[in-house]
Ligand binder design. Structure first.
Ligand code: DX5
Ligand code: ZN
Length: 217
């Protein structure tokens, strides 16, 4: 088992001291910085948008893993690439033209991600798996940090891992929502490659040590 890629979610950071938190992540063993964009339509919450992403990018020394929880994500791909996105993850449920959107992300020189809500079966990704660099399995209903991890996620990870192997794809599996030190080992064992963690990192006494703890599982 390889060491997991750790992507702390900035949604749980202190927005009044964002630069400080980004610099903390620069110093830490975090691999990526996970950025949650919410439009109040696809999810029942509004987080922040392009200018904040640009501001984070100005200080970040790590790739920005941008998770678009927005309707019609295809209209905003270039805009988020231009403010620093390295990975662009769109929701399966938010577009009618997933295959086209994935090609557009790649044409922008970003890595293409697809996120699926807890109710979405991983089987639905079989026909596009070769075009997907990472699948983000939502282990909570998207929209808020600090929610409880949904246990059905383990089964989805195992099923997706099989689809990836059957298709000879090199897709990575990311888990987003309610990740902590108790469920992380089991997620990695099931086949996860990337762990997103918001509250567990930022609400801990020593976020850098918490990142280190996740990294060294
Ligand atoms: C939820 C977001 C997550 C969130 C994770 O809609 O996509 O990335 O920030 O936060 P925690 O780790 O607190 O569940
Ligand atoms: Zn997210």
């Amino acid at each position: 088992m390889n060491a997991p890629i750790i992507a702390p979610s900035i949604l749980a950071a202190d927005f009044a001291n964002l630069q400080e938190d980004v610099e903390m992540l620069n110093q830490s063993q975090a691999d990526w910085i996970h950025i949650d964009i919410m439009d109040g339509l696809f999810v029942p919450n509004i987080s922040f948008g392009l200018p904040v992403c640009e501001a984070i990018n100005r200080h970040a020394h790590k790739p920005l893993d941008v998770h678009l929880m927005i309707e019609k994500p295809e209209n905003y791909l270039k805009a988020f690439r231009d403010v620093g996105a390295a990975n662009l993850t769109i929701h399966y449920e938010a577009t009618n033209h997933l295959h086209r959107a994935l090609q557009e992300i790649k044409a922008l020189d970003c890595r293409a991600g697809v996120a699926i809500n807890p109710h979405t079966n991983v089987q639905l990704l079989e026909d596009t798996i070769k075009d997907i660099d990472l699948v983000c399995i939502m282990s909570v209903n998207p929209g808020f940090g600090g929610q409880k991890f949904i246990d059905n996620t383990y089964k989805k990870v195992r099923q997706l891992k099989e689809i990836i192997a059957e298709n000879n794809a090199s897709t990575q599996i990311e888990i987003d929502g309610g990740v902590n030190i108790n469920n992380a080992p089991k997620l990695l064992e099931a086949g996860a490659d990337i762990l997103v963690a918001g509250s567990f990192v930022f609400k801990s006494v020593d976020p850098q040590a918490t990142i280190q703890e996740l990294k060294s599982i």
